[in-house]
Design a protein around this ligand. Structure first.
Ligand code: CTP
Ligand code: MG
Length: 236
C-alpha cells in the first residue's frame, strides 16, 4: 500500500475530501444556509471548495449540500472550475448524517478521507499537509488542535459548579483526516450526537493524533464570526 503521508501524489482517487455544508446556519440567522452566506463577495462554501480543489493533497471531493441547494452548489463548483468535485449529495439532519451520506460516494479504493466543515473557510494547505504525517506513522486519524486559552468552567444555569483543569485539554478543528477503511467502520456505527468525526473513530477504538491547528480556521457560527473571517480574508 502506498504511504498515505504522500497524499495526492500521483495515484488518482487516493485521498478524498468531504465538505459538509448542509447545515441551516440557525445561529448565523440569515435568509439562506450558512454555506451561501457572503464572504469576500462569494458564497462561504467557495472558499474551502476552492482551497481543497487546488490542494495537491486532495484527489477528489464530495460536497454535502443543504437540502434544496444542490443546484446552486453544483453551479458554484462549475464556476470555480473545481474539477475534483465528483459528487454533490443532499445533506442529512445532523452533521454526522451528512458525513455518512457524503462518505457513501467514496469508492473502496480510497486510502484517506479528509472531512472539512464548510463553516471553516480559511483553510491553509499547510494544515492538510500536517494532517497526513500521522497517517503515515500508524495512526488511524489526525485532527488539528489549538491550545485552550481561557479558564474553563462547568456551569449549571448561571451557577459555576466546577473549574475544569485545563491540563491536557485542546480545542479540535477541521479538516480531520482518517484512513478510509477505519473511518468507514467508525461511521457505520452509532452516529448520534457526534460533533466531530474523530470522536467516532475514537469510539471505535481508533488512534487519533493531534497536529497544530490554525487560528484562522475559526468556525463561522455567529454574525461576529463572519465579520472576523471577512477581515482575516481581506488581510490575507
Ligand atoms: N452540517 C451539515 N449537515 C447538518 C448540520 C451541519 O453538513 N445537518 C455542517 C455545516 O454545514 C457546517 C458544519 O457541519 O459546515 C458544522 O456545523 P455548524 O457550524 O453547527 O453549522 P450549522 O448546523 O449550519 O449551524 P447552526 O448549528 O447554527 O444551525
Ligand atoms: Mg449545527
Amino acid at each position: 500500500m502506498r504511504d498515505p503521508a504522500h497524499g495526492g501524489s500521483g495515484e488518482a482517487g487516493a485521498t478524498w475530501a468531504l465538505i459538509v455544508a448542509a447545515g441551516s446556519g440557525e445561529r448565523l440567522g440569515i435568509d439562506r444556509p450558512k454555506a451561501f452566506a457572503a464572504l469576500g463577495g462569494r458564497p462561504l462554501l467557495a472558499e474551502s471548495l476552492d482551497r481543497l480543489d487546488r490542494s495537491e493533497v486532495v484527489d477528489a471531493i464530495v460536497v454535502a449540500a443543504p437540502p434544496g441547494w444542490e443546484e446552486p452548489t453544483i453551479l458554484l463548483a462549475e464556476e470555480l472550475v473545481a474539477s475534483k468535485v465528483v459528487a454533490c449529495v443532499t445533506g442529512g439532519a445532523s452533521r454526522a448524517e451528512s458525513v455518512a451520506l457524503a462518505l457513501a460516494e467514496v469508492p473502496d479504493e480510497a486510502l484517506v478521507v479528509i472531512v472539512h466543515d464548510a463553516a471553516r473557510p480559511l483553510l491553509e494547505d499547510a494544515v492538510l499537509e500536517r494532517l497526513l504525517v500521522p497517517l503515515g506513522e500508524g495512526f488511524d486519524g489526525a485532527v488539528p488542535v489549538l491550545p485552550v486559552a481561557d479558564t474553563l468552567k462547568r456551569v449549571d444555569g448561571v451557577v459555576v459548579t466546577e473549574t475544569v483543569d485545563r491540563e491536557g485539554l485542546v480545542a479540535a478543528q477541521t479538516p480531520q483526516a482518517f484512513l478510509a477503511s477505519t473511518f468507514r467502520r467508525a461511521v457505520a456505527g452509532h452516529l448520534a450526537d457526534a460533533t466531530d468525526c474523530a470522536s467516532l473513530v475514537e469510539r471505535a477504538g481508533g488512534r487519533v493524533a493531534v497536529v497544530d491547528g490554525d487560528a484562522r480556521l475559526l468556525k463561522v457560527t455567529t454574525p461576529g464570526d463572519l465579520a472576523l473571517a471577512e477581515a482575516l480574508l481581506a488581510a490575507s
